[in-house]
Ligand binder design. Sequence first.
Ligand SMILES: [Zn+2]
Ligand SMILES: [Zn+2]
Ligand SMILES: [Zn+2]
Length: 226
Amino acid sequence: MICLAHAQGSHAIDVLEPYPKPRVASTDDVLTLTDGGPAFHLSMMKGHCSQTSALMAQNPPHADPHHDHTACIRSAMDSAERLCRERGVRLTPLRKRVLKQIWQSHEAVKAYELIHQLSSHDHTVKPPTVYRALDFLLAQGLVHRIESLNGYVGCIQPEQAHDTLLLICRQCGVVTELADAGVTQALREKASSQGFALDQPIVEGRGLCRQCAEQRGTQGDGAGEG
Ligand SMILES: [Zn+2]
Ligand SMILES: [Zn+2]
Ligand SMILES: [Zn+2]
């Protein structure tokens, strides 16, 4: 199994090797290989290993405002094409353009902004087709809907289904996705203790991103406000 983030280096996980037991969330919709998980018959699968996912959660790739964002876009588009191919669904040219437009930044983009941006270059792009493309991208987990902003942002880990856990900077608007299933699991358990079956936890936090906090000289403060 190949971890996407480590694929450039030497870190590939041989699933036939019993120790250490691999913990890789596969790109397969159903099968997730964990300790004692089902045997693999595929020779190669790609995803993010638990180590990389944890690193991404701690250091989101866009935490640095001077990062190479073209690499983010390229990686997102490559992942989308590969996942859609593996899932047997069509990433049509319009769906691709909508996804690429969403990935132009790490900030939320609203549907009407997308429609305006896309139709200004191509007058055949109509609102219903953009909304249908958004529905597709959401269903495939390639983008997240930000309920509090009524906007969309690209997903950094579309290989695996996960709850929406987003931090939104109230100053610069950058949205940081957290990869931490423990947070929403804790929510589920709390809800369950109230007899509430929580099936769709959506966590959106508002505060200041690291850069904005540093600019204000109040790093660490305000993260829980809003
Ligand atoms: Zn980026
Ligand atoms: Zn995501
Ligand atoms: Zn910020």
